[in-house]
Write a protein that binds this ligand. Sequence first.
Ligand SMILES: [Cu+2]
Length: 413
Amino acid sequence: MQAEIQINNSTTPAARYLTWAPSPCRVRITNPAGSPAVQLRVRLGTRTNTGGGSVAFAAQAGGPYASTLTVTVPVNGQSVSFFVRGVFGKPSSGDRDVIIEARARSAPSSGNWRLLGTLPVMVRIRKNANNLTSGERTRLVAAFAQLNDQGLGRFADFREMHVNQSSPEAHGRPAFLPWHRAYLLDLERELQAVDPSVALPYWRFDQPAPSLFTPDYLGVSDALGNVQLSATNPLQFWRTDNVPGIVRRPFFDPGQAPAGLRTEAQTLALGAQYTGFRTLEGNPHGSAHTSFGGFISSIGTAARDPLFFLLHCNVDRLWAKWQLQNNRFDSGVAASYDTNNPGNKTGHNLVDTMWPWNGITTGDRPPFAPGGALASSACVNAPGPQPRVQDCFDYRGSVAAVAQMGFDYDDVG
Ligand SMILES: [Cu+2]
């Protein structure tokens, strides 16, 4: 007798990734041979795995969640639904480091629970870049390097999305946060196509991040700002816009946090209205950019430096924290967004599709649209190939489960 477990209602290995949000799952008996009963009591649980992530099960999306769940499954192959989510605070650090098991007994009195099937999964969560394990760092830089492929790979699209000519799509206006959320997710999904165990980490620029600026990770800047990498770091072949290497000159001691930036607490205290909160675009976001010389200090070249994506991941995380703190996941709630803005350029209203994923190159959009549609995910459907501004708010599916975007932060839950 065998059981098949499906995560995110899919049999593809690319769907076996979880966040803090509930994932819809199924279990069914594929081979009922030898079963005396027409239905079985099937117990879902996990194999103990030191250092691995942790998951919890529930019959309904809303819970209650527990470390095991027993469901009644017919032996005729019909599937029974259940939900799994990562246990907040216990993310995975490696691929498939949580093993889900299905066990059964045909009657309450029949003794041992027989193993019917297993499925390895990962609680894939965006973490503080300074705290990644060496394995996580190695996989991250390798995925970046491969995506860029010395300037010949798909990373070039992300470079070309974030240039001076496209800046009005993404900066200085309300969709600054939604646009960059979609942009990071698109990049993260491309990194995951290279290595599904990678989640984009965030650089907490209001705290020292000494392990980030090391030769095996994002590199050490010399006096001229040329980033030095170890001989085994695949980023040593980094090339963008026909320029080899990375120029990044910190105006602060890389063992400390840059000076003059709003702290996380100060940023979250910008108020419960989006109009106030979005002033984070200047400080800390802009201040974090200009705490360096080199690529990352200006819009047109910032995306040449992988650090840029970790910087923006923290900006997105601050928005996520603010959303949770103030319950601002619903774009229909006025305080969640800045809609009272008659000067809103196209692309900054809730119902507008966002460039470049919409492919529009006419009107007040840039005359080019690199990269095509936003990368899809085997785990979730949102925000869709051509997201609107309003599709980027409910990333954890708290207003509507279908809005889940398939990412989470290690300290936002
Ligand atoms: Cu930007």
